[in-house]
Design a protein around this ligand. Sequence first.
Ligand code: ZN
Length: 165
Amino acid sequence: MSYSLPEFLAHAIALEREAAERYLELADMMESYRNDEVSQLFRDMVRYSNLHHDSIVERAKGIALPTLRSWQYRWRQPPEVGGDEAFDPGLNAYDALRYARENEVRARDYYAQAGAQSTDPEVKRLAAEFAAEEAEHVQALDDWLARTPRPSATWSHDPDRSATA
Ligand code: ZN
C-alpha cells in the first residue's frame, strides 16, 4: 500500500515504541541472568528507539495522525513463547540477540518497502533514512552475535531461523 505522510509517521511511531518496549524487556531479562554486557546493549537499543520515536513525534508535530486500524509490523515472538506478554525465561543471550536481529531485519524491510511503495517524496526520504538506521542496528547485533558463544541447544530445530536474512 502507498502510505501518505501521516500514515507513515503513525506506523513509524508505533514501530519504534514497540521496539523500545521489547528491548526493555530483553534488557531486564539479561540483567536477571547477570549478563550485564548484553543487557547494556539492549538498554542502548531502548535509548536509540526512544530517541528515534521522539524525533518522529517531533517531525509529526502539527500533522493529524490517523488511528492505526491494522498494523502489519509487530515484533515476532520466539517460537517457545506462548503468549504476547512474556519471553521464554530460558532465552539465552545468543538467542535473544538473534531474536532482536530478526525483528530489526523486519523493521528495515518494512521501512524499505514502505518507501518503495509510496509516491510521496517525503515518505520516500524518511523511509530511506529509517531503513538505513535499522540496517545499522542489524549490523550492531551481528557484531555482538559474532562474539557471543553459541549455546548447544538453540533454535536449530527451526531451519527458518538462520542468521542470514
Ligand atoms: Zn532498530
